[in-house]
Design a protein around this ligand. Structure first.
Ligand code: MLT
Length: 250
């Protein structure tokens, strides 16, 4: 008999904090673009990603790391931060640039949301590019899960909610599943686009903003389902590849 999975969905991280997420199984989504960039960096050989909400803290952590293996990455208003090595376009995180490196990473929404989940039992980074691998990990572990959308400036974002909907739909195909009204709404939203994920991203507020500042190609990269089939997991203060789909902190 299939395992029962229960999934709750939270559309914005503003209502959650570190203590509330402690001990939970969480999937953190920031489709545009932090989740996609994290998956890409780790697939391309980055050793670890250290997420932090603010630039000052990122620089402080970076300054304590070994100079030959550290990078500073992230964005504000979608653009590379002055003095950083990398922005937040997944296309920048090539094997040549990130192989073997520890990347201290700060972004407007996604990195801070991940940081809030550092005491979770299992905190996985999920998005369209690694969707099936994340669902498989959830099903393997079973139990109760929270899908936490990073949203945009504390508000709802359509692309994160639709990704939550696709995760729930796929998990339902693979197991017995119970979900809340937010999860059911996410599934309805996802289905309303009839599988055209690029269209979801193009019509979203943040997608339109990224196009306006020259990152139209990133939307195609972020819409490519299962193109980066890795499962990054938060392990202490860093994000690493969750190679064996093991329970990390629990
Ligand atoms: C974020 O964390 O707010 C995003 O990843 C922003 C972006 O598209 O760079």
């Amino acid at each position: 008999m299939d395992k029962l999975i229960k999934i709750e969905t939270i559309f914005s991280p503003t209502s959650v904090d570190e203590l509330g997420m402690r001990g939970k199984n969480v999937v953190i989504i920031d489709v545009l673009r932090a989740s996609t960039t994290i998956c890409t960096a780790l697939q391309n050989g980055a050793r670890e990603i250290i997420p932090t909400a603010d630039i000052e803290n990122a620089t402080k952590i970076w300054s304590n790391l070994s100079p030959d293996s550290r990078l500073l990455g992230g964005e504000r208003a979608g653009k590379m931060i002055d003095g950083f090595n990398l922005g937040n376009s997944p296309t920048e995180y090539t094997p040549e640039k990130v192989g073997g490196k520890t990347i201290v990473f700060t972004t407007t929404n996604g990195a801070g949301t991940v940081y809030k989940c550092r005491y979770a039992s299992n905190a996985l980074i999920g998005t369209f590019v690694n969707l099936s691998a994340v669902v498989q990990t959830m099903v393997n572990i079973g139990g109760s899960w929270t899908i936490l959308c990073s949203g945009r400036q504390g508000s709802f974002s359509m692309e994160d909610a639709a990704c939550a909907g696709m995760i729930i739909q796929k998990a339902r195909d693979a197991s017995d599943l119970e979900t809340d009204d937010a999860g059911k709404t996410a599934v309805v939203l996802f289905r309303s686009f009839r599988g055209n994920i690029l269209n979801i991203l193009k019509r979203s507020e943040h997608g339109r903003y990224l196009i306006s500042i020259g990152f139209a190609h990133d939307l195609e990269v972020c819409a490519s389902v299962d193109s980066v089939p890795v499962v990054p997991g938060v392990d202490g203060s860093g994000i690493k590849l969750n190679q064996n789909n093991l329970v990390v902190n629990g």
